[in-house]
Ligand binder design. Structure first.
Ligand code: ADP
Ligand code: MG
Length: 265
């Protein structure tokens, strides 16, 4: 940490802290995510996976990895600082004013591009939600928080115990099926819906009724003024059978949707 000076704490979570730091030589700002390393050997690998998987990504819509190091019982991941905060904060700032279609589509297209890169690298993110999607000051989307990510088809994909917010979890996960690339698509569908309405698509006062809504795929309709293609897209992304859900490749290239997205890039 001698390379960096601490500016302030910007996030605090189950893992530890996210710190805003400044490189002493270049004056460049970065975020250091501090992760408490467990004593247990197998859990140690889990913690290191986040840094390893993030370091494999290289895309304009994914938080750029700089370096990682271990000091005492802390793993520090140094990454690009996204000074526009996270998308959940941005949604909350809106209060009741809806986002314009241009912003929704531009952000969504960027999210899909970032997530497609993750899938192309044979990695699943597994925790896509507005709080894990960051913004730069010029409004570019950066996917972050690879703390739940895993390699596609690894046996560990089954062993995902969910600890965070349940709103974005796909029906197959509640059904104890393995996490797959389409489960990430479901979560992005939830974020798209959130951008369109400022609300979660699946909300309930108890876990039981939330899971029921998710597994039936029933959600309040989108506002009528939104383009038909957007309504269609949300419907496709919320197909309860993952096989019926489009892949990111399909979303970004299929005729109807890609035309809409391209015109807003
Ligand atoms: P956790 O595993 O606890 O969810 P995150 O990586 O999501 O950790 O970081 C927690 C919070 O810190 C994020 O929701 C975001 O508000 C902030 N944060 C983390 N990394 C960055 C970054 N690179 N740029 C800007 N803010 C960040
Ligand atoms: Mg997070």
């Amino acid at each position: 940490m001698e390379t960096y000076s601490l500016l302030r704490v910007i996030g605090e979570g189950s893992f530890g802290r996210a710190l805003l730091v400044q490189c002493k030589s270049s004056q460049e700002k970065y975020v250091v995510k501090e992760i408490q390393l467990p004593k247990n050997r197998s859990k140690l690998e889990n913690s290191r996976r986040e840094a390893i998987l993030l370091s494999r990504m290289k895309h304009p819509n994914i938080v750029a990895f700089r370096e990682a190091f271990e000091a005492d019982d802390l793993l520090c991941i140094v990454m690009e600082y996204c000074n526009g905060g996270d998308l959940l904060q941005r949604i909350r700032q809106q209060k009741t004013t809806q986002f314009c279609v241009d912003d929704i589509l531009r952000w969504f297209a960027q999210m899909c591009a970032g997530a497609k890169h993750i899938h192309d690298k044979r990695v699943l993110h597994r925790d896509l939600k507005s709080k894990n999607i960051f913004l730069t000051d010029n409004g570019t989307i950066k996917l972050g928080d690879f703390g739940s990510a895993c390699i596609l088809n690894s046996s560990k994909a089954y062993a995902h115990t969910y600890v965070g917010t349940p709103y974005y979890v796909a029906p197959e996960i509640w059904d104890n099926k393995p996490y797959n690339n389409k489960s990430d698509v479901w979560s992005l569908g939830c974020v798209l819906y959130e951008l369109c309405t400022l609300r979660h698509p699946f909300q309930a006062s108890s876990w039981k009724s939330l899971i029921l809504k998710v597994c039936r795929g029933t959600y309040p309709p989108l506002p009528k003024h939104l383009p038909y293609e957007l309504q269609y897209l949300v419907k496709q992304m919320f197909k309860t059978n993952p096989k019926d859900r489009p892949s990111l490749q399909t979303i970004l290239t299929s005729h109807r949707v890609s035309k809409l997205l391209r015109s807003h890039f």
